[in-house]
Ligand binder design. Structure first.
Ligand SMILES: [Zn+2]
Length: 428
């Protein structure tokens, strides 16, 4: 991998002036943040995007699922033998967004404080739309670009979980859903388990016969005090985030519900901490003559992209070509990239330049909006190089495989080839 950021920077600065229309990009972004689209209510946003993508010559599909829908669009390539590249963002925003007000000052677009801005993740969508517009406008050579806009990401990656993967050909995705400066690439994200823990005590009149009751709130409090919490180690976190229950001050509470989560990059640690929490809860309940009922849900699986991964190296190069230093980040949060990776699509989550997301102080600089868009455009433009590289590798592999003379050298059990080991290879 050639690392010549300064040379590339000079190349882009001097020989290749930006084709991005900054005004159009900002306008698209502002149009979108004015559309209210909380999770599961992405209808208007979907209409806007469908029309926009059709006007750019894309084939657009609104893929419905029980709770909402995803938008899958394809910008057909004008060159052959280039792998499809998937670009993805999510249409929904965290709340509050109703009656959104924003200000534009010193080239920074920020919420005025009562709502979020919605740059998470409309900055991503604006960057993708502008990049695809430029590609069409300037007849830039490219392969198929598959655009996937998911829904209800903020409420548990519902869109990605319900996406119809048969409608997508690509095996490499850029998910634009990370905050901070442009240049950040999330190369690892944890697995996530959420759980509900119902503590059942016994109700009684608190004034007349409290001794007959078992106070579920007190048992729950003891459980909360006993279980591992916060940062467990560098790879693992745990949190109890919601408590609900109780009916009146004069009733010894019968039932309390605790909701929590565990995240870890390590499958072993995830299992150990989860069973620790549930074990402690059962022990405390037994000691206090109460009962617990636990339900758990696997939200998503961890992923880790290796440092020598071809797609990661391609993205490093792409950033350098744009004069931006790539920075690999190990995230503690999940995104659609977790689901895509679990489905066999190599996915990297990159930053759009949005800042202070999930807060009413959310903002994004116009320069960052443009820089993020430049990266997307460069990725589309240069994906032919990546395709050629990958193609050569696969060609070499198939040539090597074809050297086998069945049945002596091809493994009978796995069907794959290992010329040094004869009939049954180590891979099986
Ligand atoms: Zn997001």
């Amino acid at each position: 991998m050639k690392k010549e950021p300064q040379n590339w920077y000079a190349y882009y600065k001097v020989k290749k002036p930006s084709l991005i229309n900054r005004k159009r990009l900002v306008t698209t972004f502002l149009e979108m943040i004015n559309i209210n689209s909380p999770s599961f209510h992405e209808g208007l946003m979907g209409d806007y995007l469908e029309a926009k993508l059709r006007s750019l010559g894309c084939r657009v599909l609104r893929q419905k699922y029980d709770a909402s829908f995803n938008i899958i669009a394809t910008k057909k390539g004008n060159r052959k033998n280039i792998l499809p590249l998937i670009l993805s963002g999510h249409m929904d925003t965290i709340e509050p967004t109703e009656g959104l007000r924003y200000s534009v000052k010193d080239n920074i677009i920020r919420s005025t404080g009562d709502t979020v801005l919605g740059a998470d993740d409309k900055s991503a969508i604006a960057q993708i739309i502008e990049a695809v517009t430029v590609v069409g406008e300037h007849c830039i050579p490219h392969g198929d670009v598959e655009i996937v806009f998911t829904s209800a990401e903020e409420r548990g990656l519902h869109g990605a979980k319900n996406l119809d993967y048969r409608k997508i050909q690509g095996k490499h995705a850029l998910v634009l859903d990370s905050g901070g400066r442009v240049g950040k690439l999330v190369t690892a994200a944890p697995s996530h388990i959420s759980y509900e823990l119902h503590v059942m005590g016994r109700p009684a009149h608190a004034g007349i016969e409290p001794e007959k009751g078992i106070n579920a709130i007190r048992v729950a409090a003891e459980i909360i005090g006993a279980v591992p919490d916060g940062r467990i180690d560098a790879e693992t976190t745990a949190n109890i985030g919601m408590v609900s229950g109780g009916t009146a001050t004069n009733v010894v509470p019968k039932e309390i519900m605790l909701r929590g989560e565990v995240r870890s990059h390590s499958a072993t640690a995830l299992k150990r901490i989860t069973s620790d929490i549930f074990g402690h809860a059962r022990d405390v309940a037994r000691r206090r003559n109460a009962r617990v009922r636990i339900t758990e849900e696997k939200e998503y699986r961890a992923f880790r992209i290796r440092q020598n991964d071809l797609f990661l190296n391609f993205m490093n190069d792409t950033f350098l070509k744009c004069g931006i230093r790539p920075e690999h980040v190990i995230s503690g949060g999940g995104s659609d990239a977790n689901i895509f990776n679990a489905k066999g699509i190599r996915s990297i989550n990159i930053s759009t330049g949005m800042q202070k997301v999930h807060s009413t102080d959310e903002f994004i600089g116009m320069e960052d909006l443009v820089r993020g868009c430049r990266v997307v455009l460069a990725a589309i433009e240069n994906f032919s190089e990546f395709s050629a590289q990958t193609g050569t590798r696969e060609k070499k592999r198939s040539q090597r495989d074809s050297l086998c003379s069945y049945p002596f050298q091809r493994c009978l059990r796995s069907g794959s080839c290992d010329r040094s080991r004869g009939r049954v290879c180590w891979r099986s």
